[in-house]
Write a protein that binds this ligand. Structure first.
Ligand SMILES: CC(=O)N[C@H]1[C@@H](OP(=O)(O)O)O[C@H](CO)[C@@H](O)[C@@H]1O
Ligand SMILES: [Mg+2]
Length: 554
């Protein structure tokens, strides 16, 4: 690092310092805190994004959002060249940067890291960082901090993509690095044209009737509502009404997180909506759940991420059953397509049973999209979803090549060619970088039409086991260490045995605990045959947690 670079960094970073007393940590979703405390963190992530771009020789993304959290919060996360989450190897560097108490320490941390991972500095290499933010009021000044962070690295420049959804920014990063057109308009063009292609491939005689065709979307008063309005203008064959489009308070009694956790009607919905298909996005539009308003009740029938995954899996499986069999009944590939289903322990047990009964390979990872995505990428086609509605369908590059060839080489209009075309269209419609509520809505809608199904028929695929989630405050949540995709507690000693005794008391009982990655709590999840039993099991395990980890607050 030369003197010019050093003095640039010192000058720029001396303007901001981290919030006093805070220990910042790059969790599953980047850094999150009250928006007013994040200026220095965002500035420093601007530096990190520029360095990552220099190191990889690719475009990097930086998104300013706190997703489903309250409006005064904000956050920052980095998108890697593939459009996926920042590599986990750089997370300790992100933590060290964010927590450096002054500009001299910051410079030392950067110098040591640049040397350690060998980042090309001072040559002709240029760095490029795409910036995006959601609709939060603090987003504007934090975006300025990000710009300054990028500008304090010689050779780096930022491009402001404005107010976008999180998945749009990830999509743009991926598209740019593939040398494709990557504006917001290009995103809508890709989604709408692949949606149209799937509509055209719906078998004759299928298709829901017009009265079934209306969808009401709850935009969480965030960025998603406005963006789905833009997308709508380019679609036909779908009637979408958007509510909670930004007029009310972000995430307050609205949105996918609220609907999934509380299982009640969001603001702006009511008795007039009984029987109509409804969907909720979260504040930055990377989560999606569907629901039905119950007659004479505040409650809803929730169609969560697990059920969206079941719908996608059925559709993909249907196409594979055509593709993996040649006309004479023999497979026409050296081996059948490897289709993987990736869930976390929060997936409802009924969903897992259903998917396994379909003969699908179901695997589990710890909570957090970065783990699910990584696992799904090991398959020809990997479908991953968290129960809360974040997920997507990934296609490997090799498999996409095979599909392209099959599409070209099979008889025009044959069932095989149609199946290959459908899967190719799915790979273009559904975001390959991260879970994306906008592309998710379109894929759900077109599959329902393809199957000729109402939301009721879809919801009836299986029935969720009653479940309950609780949070327990403890002295030190890091005292809980789990393994086996968070289903078994190995520390503190003896706690798993105590939990097992409780589980044994309930037919179909299942229960696990884990430290949250985004809040200072231990989460308890319980499932059982009745709601009362699930509640009891969760409560007794919460007491066990309190007994072992001693806060006296359970
Ligand atoms: C039970 C639950 O919903 N956990 C959420 C939540 O993580 P925790 O580590 O449980 O706090 O936030 C994550 C980031 O948004 C999301 O990936 C995850 O699914
Ligand atoms: Mg989100």
């Amino acid at each position: 690092m030369n003197d010019q670079q050093k003095s640039l960094l010192l000058k720029a970073s001396s303007r901001t310092s981290p919030p006093q007393g805070a220990q910042l940590s790059y969790g599953t979703a980047g850094f999150r805190a009250d928006g007013s405390l994040l200026e220095s963190t965002v500035y420093r992530m601007g530096i990190l994004a520029a360095l990552r771009s220099l190191k990889t020789g690719s475009v990097i993304g930086l998104m300013i959002t706190a997703s489903h959290n309250k409006i005064c919060d904000n956050g920052v996360k980095v998108a890697d060249p593939s459009g996926g989450m920042l590599t986990q190897e750089w997370e300790p560097f992100a933590n060290a940067l964010a927590n450096s108490p002054d500009s001299h320490t910051l410079l030392q941390v950067i110098e040591a890291f640049v040397k350690m991972v060998d980042i090309p500095f001072g040559g002709t290499q240029e760095a490029q960082v795409l910036l995006g933010r959601d609709t939060r009021p603090s987003g504007e000044f934090l975006l300025e901090a990000a710009k300054q962070g990028v500008a304090s690295i010689v050779g780096a420049r930022s491009i402001d993509m404005g107010v976008v959804t999180t998945p749009q920014l990830h999509w743009m990063v991926r598209a740019r690095n593939k040398g494709m057109e990557a504006s917001e308009h290009d995103y809508y063009v890709q989604l709408s044209s692949s949606f149209r292609c799937l509509l055209e491939l719906i078998p004759q005689g299928n298709g829901t009737n017009a009265s079934n065709n209306k969808l009401i979307v709850d935009g969480a008063d965030g960025v998603g509502g406005e963006k789905i309005e833009n997308l709508k203008k380019m679609l036909s064959g779908l009637c979408i009404e958007v509510r909670n489009c930004g007029g009310g308070e972000l995430n307050e009694g609205v949105g996918a997180d609220y609907v999934q956790k509380e299982k009640v009607v969001p603001r702006g919905f009511g008795p007039a909506d009984v029987g109509i298909r409804c969907a909720s996005l979260d504040g930055d539009a990377d989560r999606l759940v569907y629901f039905l308003v119950q007659p004479n009740s505040e409650k809803i029938d929730l169609v969560d991420g697990d059920k969206i995954m079941a719908l996608f899996a059925l559709f993909v499986k249907e196409q594979l059953s055509v593709l993996d069999e040649s006309e004479d009944g023999k497979t026409n590939r050296p081996q059948c397509t490897r289709l993987g289903i990736v869930q976390t322990a929060y997936a409802n047990g009924a969903a897992t049973d259903y998917l396994k009964q379909l003969g699908l390979e179901v695997v589990f990872t710890p909570t957090g999209v970065k783990y699910l995505h990584e696992k799904a990428a090991e398959y020809d086609i990997g479908i991953y979803f968290e129960a809360n509605g974040h997920g997507t369908v990934l296609f490997s590059e090799n498999y996409l090549c095979w599909l392209e060839n099959t599409n070209k080489e099979t008889t025009e209009g044959s069932e095989q060619q149609k199946a290959a075309s459908r899967l190719l269209a799915v790979s273009k419609l559904i975001n390959q970088a991260v879970g994306d509520a906008l592309s998710g809505v379109l894929l759900v809608e077109v599959i329902l039409q393809h199957m000729g199904w109402s939301i009721h028929k879809w919801n009836d695929l299986y029935h969720d086991l009653p479940s309950r989630q609780l949070k327990v405050q403890v002295v030190d949540r890091s005292a809980v260490v789990t393994e086996n995709a968070e289903t078994v507690v190995v520390k503190p000693a003896g706690i798993q045995e105590a939990i097992d005794i409780e589980i044994g008391k309930y037919p179909k009982g299942r229960c696990f605990i884990r430290p949250s990655g985004t809040e200072d709590v231990i989460r308890v999840y319980a499932e059982a045959f009745t709601q009362e039993a699930a509640d009891d099991l969760a409560n007794s395990v919460a007491k066990i947690v309190d007994l072992f980890l001693g806060s006296g607050n359970a």
